[in-house]
Design a binder for this molecule. Sequence first.
Ligand code: 4AD
Ligand code: MG
Length: 463
Amino acid sequence: MDKVTISKLYDKINEYSNKEVLVKGWIKTIRNSKTFGFIEVNDGSCFKNLQVIFEDNKISNYKEIAKLNVGSAIKIVGKIIITADAKQAFEINATQIEIEGECTSDYPLQKKRHTLEFLRTIPHLRSRTNTLSSAFRIRSKASYYIHEFFNKNDFVYIHTPIITSSDCEGAGEMFKITTIDYDKILSKNIEKVDYTKDFFGKEAGLTVSGQLEGETMALSFGKIYTFGPTFRAEKSNTTRHASEFWMIEPEIAFSDLKDNMKLAESMMKYVIKNILQTCPDEIEFFNKFYDNELLQKLNGIIENKFEYITYTEAINILIKSNMNFEFPVKWGNDLQTEHEKYLTEIVFKKPIFIIDYPKEIKSFYMRINDDNKTVAAMDLLVPGVGEIIGGSQREERYDILKNKMNDKGLDINEYEWYLDLRKYGGVNHAGFGLGFERLIMYLTGISNIRDVIPYPRTVGTIV
Ligand code: 4AD
Ligand code: MG
């Protein structure tokens, strides 16, 4: 008999009703009397458990099964019975239960609520809890819908390099990749490392963004996106920063900042709409236990148009607020989390694009506006998370770009290829980066990035 997943049973209950099936999973709860008992089994295919009824006079190993601990893996053969008035819509009446793997009694996930902090210490087991399994299933689905969205809209999916020699954000946050034996160098008292002798013949690192290579591809294919791992050696120990995270980066040729915002808005709405449709149990769970306004918030996104304000307008709102912010609000300063939170959570109460930031606080590739003070940048801020998307129209004018790169201290020789794009059929183009983990935080109401990544890496911690 072929195994059926619990998810399939719920999907096609009419087909399975009164049929004999084989299910395999892990015991979530077990209780029994002398002659019969109940097991809640979960196989990870969906949020819901399957209730198993087992009876002494129906299975041969009743006593052995009744003794099993929570966490044990079992195989059940039995008939699916519709239970119209019970809590669950159907159950399985076991005729055979086999033990696949027993679980010892020191299993850390006993039936009680554990703190997320404790669960972080057992990343190899925490994916069996309701919270983490729901977050990771949503992660899987969201990734699928992102690919679907771009595919439906004729974007070409590009794999940009993970090992690179260019620091896209110019923030000096690249992890180094090297085969140089530092211990050896230190023991020889060598003061300066000769990178021409290193593996690639020059300094290399893990990518902080696939954008620059993405731009080259957009100027070949018109519309591209990347979706891959990104690394940042940022020393920010916050609930929103990870050293390894995933980023979605579309890049569109013949486009400006407005097109870029439109794209970001329709992508966000597409993913949210589909997650609401396909993960209702998970969303309901998060709505109940993590954020009582989650459902309302997500539905609100689909129904309302995103708005945008300029950075200058945002600064004026913050100044007029008379709030006692920790970081001073001044034209020219970057917006801090507390400012972003105030804008999205208190003033607008919904996602909002902030555009046209001062050129000094943004990356070299952003297009300078006519005022010569600001750049065509856009950040999408959302309640609860803050910045979820960062993007811009790119500087397409050769001389302006080159001057700016010089001003920002970039080694022009390393970026000839990037400047070439402005020489050989350059066009207006724009793009953005969506932090995938921040999207999952937004979709679930989970407030710490460590709880939306199976194996989080953050400054000072690698489990
Ligand atoms: O704003 P960022 O730094 O923009 C870029 O990297 C551009 N090159 C993107 C582009 O235009 N193609 O990063 C984009 C997004 C942020 O808005 C945030 O959601 C996420 O990536 N992000 C992080 N997420 C988790 N941990 C970190 N340390 C992150 N740094 C950025
Ligand atoms: Mg940013």
